[in-house]
Design a protein around this ligand. Structure first.
Ligand SMILES: NC(=O)c1ccc[n+]([C@@H]2O[C@H](COP(=O)([O-])OP(=O)(O)OC[C@H]3O[C@@H](n4cnc5c(N)ncnc54)[C@H](OP(=O)(O)O)[C@@H]3O)[C@@H](O)[C@H]2O)c1
Length: 267
């Protein structure tokens, strides 16, 4: 039997999590409640998911066995924490998905006696793929949150100091892949293929290449060596890619994403 969970803030990310929890049949809709200050959002969540969405924080917090803070960093987090503190006992785990807000800040606004869990949720929640990054305070235990977190993807428990890197590299990760696939499909079109065929080949090769790496347990360089015959197609293509600064460009892009994550946390 899963815990009664309550979300404060019912925006895009919270909705994606709720949809995955329900689709994966890990939670029933009567185990999920949400409060949002936006009346229209409350109506939409009730109608779409048949959960208990309302604007009444007090009543929902009294029953909650896990509380998820899902508002934006610029929203009234201190007020949200005061409401939690006034109602929820310190045995109830408090999980935050708020980007850039540290466990230390929550401990100061709430009380360090609460189990506090900081999560950077993955954005592939509808697929079962994607790792969320999770850091725990001294009071929190993995068992408090494991079944909730695995309801919308996979989980990596990390030190909090790695959250920004995890965000810029891991959670932003699908963006690099989307852009790579788009660029590759464009290359096929540039070379003369119909777009639909270029697109299909790019997706198939992406999935197949990942499967090859997993099944063979080989380093990419070993698979490249097998494919690249002397003076052949592969090594010529690779030479041109190397001249384009491809690897360093991608790496700079990741470093920039990490840097921006940290900047936003400090704004
Ligand atoms: N979206 C993502 O991909 C993503 C990824 C990782 C982490 N996150 C984190 O998830 C959190 C939510 O992001 P989001 O994109 O889902 O934002 P969002 O769609 O703007 O949702 C925030 C919701 O919270 C409501 N709200 C504001 N203050 C509230 C309060 N005091 N009590 C109850 N509800 C309140 C807002 O209502 P109003 O609009 O009326 O103000 C809005 O409906 C952020 O902290 C973000 O850092 C998001």
């Amino acid at each position: 039997m899963n815990k009664q969970i309550h979300f404060i803030g019912g925006g895009q990310m919270v909705e994606a999590i709720i949809r995955a929890l329900l689709n994966n049949k890990l939670y029933s809709s009567d185990a999920i409640s949400v409060t949002d200050i936006n009346q229209e959002r409350v109506r939409y969540l009730n109608e779409t998911y048949q959960i208990h969405a309302s604007q009444d924080l007090q009543n929902s917090l009294e029953k909650a066995e896990l509380i998820i803070i899902g508002v934006r960093p610029q929203d009234d987090l201190v007020g949200v924490c005061q409401s939690i503190k006034a109602i929820a006992p310190t045995t109830v785990p408090i999980l935050s998905i708020v980007a850039g807000v540290t466990i230390e800040q929550f401990e100061a606004w709430l009380n360090e006696a609460y189990p506090i869990i900081r999560v950077i949720p993955n954005t592939l929640t509808d697929t079962g793929f994607g790792f969320s990054g999770v850091a725990l305070n001294a009071k929190a235990e993995i068992a408090d949150v494991e079944s909730f977190l695995t309801g919308f993807g996979k989980v990596k428990y990390i030190e909090e100091r790695l959250i920004d890197v995890f965000t810029g590299y891991g959670v932003a990760g699908p963006n690099y892949i989307y852009y790579f696939i788009e660029s590759l499909a464009d290359a096929g079109v540039l070379a003369g293929l119909p777009r639909s065929l270029a697109w299909e080949l790019a997706l198939e090769n992406m999935v197949g290449a990942v499967e090859m790496l997993k099944r063979t347990d080989k380093h990419p360089r070993q698979l490249l060596d097998i494919n690249n015959s002397p003076a052949g197609v592969g090594i010529n293509a690779l030479h041109e890619l190397n001249r384009s600064d491809f690897a360093a460009g991608l790496q700079r892009s990741v470093l920039k994403a990490v840097q921006r994550t940290t900047e936003l946390a400090n704004e």
